[in-house]
Design a protein around this ligand. Sequence first.
Ligand SMILES: [Zn+2]
Ligand SMILES: [Zn+2]
Ligand SMILES: [Zn+2]
Length: 316
Amino acid sequence: MYDQNQLHTSNLKQTKKYTESIIHRRHCLFCNRNKIFFSRSANCEEHSYVVIGKNIQVPCIGQKKCGALQEYHLLVTLTKSSEYARYICMDCYEKKGGHIYQRVGKGVQKDPNCDNKSHYQNDTKEALEAIRYWILDVTTSEKLIWQEKILAALVPVLSIVSQEKTIVQNNKIEIPFLFMILIILTLAKFNYNSSNKLNSKNLTPKHFFEFGEALANSIILAKNKLKIHKKTLESPISIEEYRTIFPSCLVQFYDGLLKTLYKAKKEIIDQQKKHREQQLKPINYEKITKQVTFFASIILNIAFKGWKIWLPRTMA
Ligand SMILES: [Zn+2]
Ligand SMILES: [Zn+2]
Ligand SMILES: [Zn+2]
C-alpha cells in the first residue's frame, strides 16, 4: 500500500491525521462492483471532482502524475464535498484511459509514469468515437427533444471547417481527455462499450447495404493477391489449403453471421434438452467452417469473371 503522504501535497497531509483514515465500500460508477476505497477523511479534497453536477471520486494513486481527469472549464471542477459521490475503482480507472502511479527508485531508473503525452496522442479519436456512438444512440431513439438539443449544439461546430488554420494559430485548443468524456457519458446513462461497437439496435437497413458495398470493394481489392493462388482456388489439393486463400474479410463476415446464428439456436436447443434432462451437444464448428467455405466460394465465383472457383459440395 502507498503512503498517502506521497500522493498528496504536504499541505494536505498535515491537515489530515492518520486516525482519520477511512475505508469505504462503494459501487464503482463504471463496473458497478462493490469495491474498497481508502481515504483520509470522508473524501480526498485533492482528488474529488464535480463532473456535470455530480460528485466523482477517482483513486488518488491514479492522480499523482496522470491527468486523465482534471478541471475542464465548467464541465469538471474540483470540490471538497463528497455528498452522493460516485466512485471509480482502480481497474476501471486504468481500463477507461487513466494511469496508476508506479513508485520510482530502487532499480527503476526511468520514470514509468504517465506524462500525459499519451492522452494528447491517443485519446482524441476514442473520445470522438464514444460521442459518436452516444449521438447514434440518441438518433435512433424516440428522444426528439434530445435530438434537437444535440443538433442545435453541434451545428456551430461546423464553423471549424472554414477556420481550421486560424484556430490552431491563434489560441491553443484545450483537448478534453477520454476519461472525462467516458464519465460524462456514463452519468448520462449511456453505456459505451468500446469492445462491442456495432450494436444492431443502432443500425438501419441502409447500414447493411453499405456493409455489402464495403465487403464487395474489399473483395475486388483482394483480386491481385488472389491471382497468385488462382490455381489452388480452381483445383485445390485439400479443403484446408483452399480455405486459407480466401480474403479474410469474406471469411470473417460469414463466420460472424453463421456462428452467431448457430449459437443462438444452440441456446434454445440447450434449454429444451435441460428441461427433458437430455445430454447437451457442442456446436459443430466443422460444419460451420464448411458452410463458410461454401458461401465464400459462391461469392468469389460471382466476383471474378472467367475464374473457375472450386465449389465444395459437402454441406452436411
Ligand atoms: Zn470499476
Ligand atoms: Zn487524493
Ligand atoms: Zn495518464
